[in-house]
Design a protein around this ligand. Structure first.
Ligand code: GAR
Length: 186
């Protein structure tokens, strides 16, 4: 199974996938890693792991559909079985979704449909929930919507900050992600 992963930030979840592949625990090929902007650590660490990388810089395009099309075409050159949004913080349009229908996988640091968006951990803390968690889903053109593939709960502790809670969620998120990729690959 060939995957192309998309990142906007540090790519620490992607690193867990890279590590699982290198350890022989996950039988997939990471064909390429792409980003929507220059200078992400996700691209830097992927290149360091010897993976092909590309940037389709959002700011270089006159409108978002031109960017969507450029991203879709770039991803398609790798002929992936799965496209993984690994902390990719942009919504893609219907044309992108259609091209990779049912094969665009996303993760989110909350128990969807609660707390979608860019601040799922912060919003859950602010609401005062006692349990939150991680979700892996098939992405559609909405904000963290689409069929849920796997979820895991995480307790919120009294002294949690956004950073401490996010780190514990990511432990579950990485496990779910690797399990889901393994299942999709069989
Ligand atoms: C992950 O927790 C991912 O679920 C979240 O961004 C983080 C990326 O971390 N994505 C979203 O919030 C999508 N709405 P990473 O770059 O260190 O892997």
């Amino acid at each position: 199974m060939r995957i192309v992963a998309l990142v906007s930030g540090s790519g620490s979840n992607l690193q867990a996938v890279i590590d699982a592949v290198e350890a022989g625990e996950l039988d997939i090929e990471i064909a390429a890693v792409g980003a929507d902007r220059h200078g992400t650590y996700g691209i830097e660490r992927s290149a360091a792991a010897g993976i092909d990388t590309f940037v389709v810089n959002f700011r270089d395009y006159a409108d978002r559909h031109e960017w969507d099309d450029a991203l879709r075409d770039q991803v398609a050159t790798y002929e992936p079985d799965i496209v993984l949004s690994s902390g990719f913080m942009r919504i893609v349009d219907e044309r992108f979704i259609k091209k990779f229908e049912g094969r665009y996988i996303n993760t989110h640091p909350a128990l969807l449909p609660s707390f979608p968006g860019a601040h799922g951990v912060r919003d859950a803390l602010a609401y005062g929930v006692k349990v939150t968690g991680a979700t892996v889903m098939v992405a559609d053109a909405g904000v963290d919507t689409g069929p849920i593939l796997a979820q895991a709960p995480v307790q919120v502790l009294a002294d949690d900050t956004e950073a401490t809670l996010h780190e514990r969620i990511k432990v579950e998120e990485r496990r779910l992600l690797i399990d889901t990729l393994a299942k999709l690959g069989t």
